[in-house]
Design a protein around this ligand. Sequence first.
Ligand SMILES: Cc1ncc(COP(=O)(O)O)c(C=O)c1O
Length: 444
Amino acid sequence: MDTTTQDRQAGKEAAPAGKGGTTSMVDTMVCKYDGIVTADWDGLFAERIDGMKGSAIRELLKVTEMPDVISFAGGLPAPEVFPVREFKEACNFVLEEIGARALQYGPTEGYPPLKDYLVDKMKRYGVPVEPGNILLTNGSQQALDLVGKLFIHQGDLVLTESPTYVGALQAFNAYQPNYVTIPMDENGMRVDMLDNLLARHKVKFIYVLPNFQNPSGVTLSLERRFQLAEVAAEHGIIIVEDDPYGELRFEGENLTSLIVIHKENVLYLGTFSKTLAPGIRLGWVVAPQKVIQKMVLAKQGTDLHTGTFVQMVAYDICQRGILREHVKLIRDVYRERRDVMLRAMAKHFPVGVTWTHPEGGLFLWVTLPEHVDADELLKVAIEEKVAFVPGANFFPEGGGHNTMRLNFSNARPELIDEGIKRLGRALMREFGCEAPGPEACRAE
Ligand SMILES: Cc1ncc(COP(=O)(O)O)c(C=O)c1O
């Protein structure tokens, strides 16, 4: 024990720095309070903490949890269709049939039967993988953190779509990257801009959400998928393909995954959060074996492994065909909610407002006239008892002040209609329209 530590434990004062006392690291790290030496926590945080910002969305969710607010702000699945009974049966089965082993530590890579199930699933997508290509994670959010841990040196450039998933930025920011972004249109990332960008910037990896993107609801067209994989390969750059929503397609054809096009250069993230339940915190990574091996080491330092019990329960649910049936059910439920929202927007929103028409997923994206600030609109919307996420939160390089994300999966159809009506009223107020209906604004 050094003397300073002894002094501290004995309650002695640390000598004031620069006033005759010895100026040590410890002097600058402690402050006195009523004779007790209290650590100066702020001075102790690692530099990387500076880059970590709370998610504005999580903060917003607190406001929107007020019971009379209709919230389109979260990214939550519909709780009323969670397969609670089936989970109960699976839990009982696992405890009765597998017993103590379900409560024991397990391999970091994941529960082998669940990995085998995922191997088959990925093969059905057209990705020929082995169990060694798969790692089970605590949701794909953990996979994003592991990607950061594995690949981002301080100052590395990460290329994202603009807008992009704010949780990925939160995960990556801990590793202090910089961002370069590519705008999106109705066919996803503007891949035509990629070659030029990669020639000018030394990018570490490309982070992309090809299906029903969070936040925009937009899907990357098939043609662009091939272009993206090709351009990235020409520059020797890896792609992180984040795909929580791919199975939630309500209409149209499934489009080839990037990992199918260029298996060796793509790291694919999947999750049970949107297809089954987010509370089980279960996701998976597909990547070349050497990447999985490193990721296993990184995960060991974080949490040793994903919960044994939960993996066994999820496996039981998957292999009994419950997941397959559940996905069919939620596709129908979410399609109806999307349609209700689209119809309500056409009815209640003033002219000058446009929105995306997602073919699946949980979100749609609204663009307001340039002069409208979605942050200001949110204040009015909360007064009208409805909430959304202002779009600027999703732009790593700034912008998007006149955009917003709406979630359509969580609220029941009748509430969606009422919520959009309220949002329409908020828009009228913000636009300065006197009359209650959209026609007044149309006439302007
Ligand atoms: C694009 C995207 N990636 C990852 C996640 C994290 O999901 P999980 O619950 O699997 O951690 C989300 C959650 O909303 C998401 O939208």
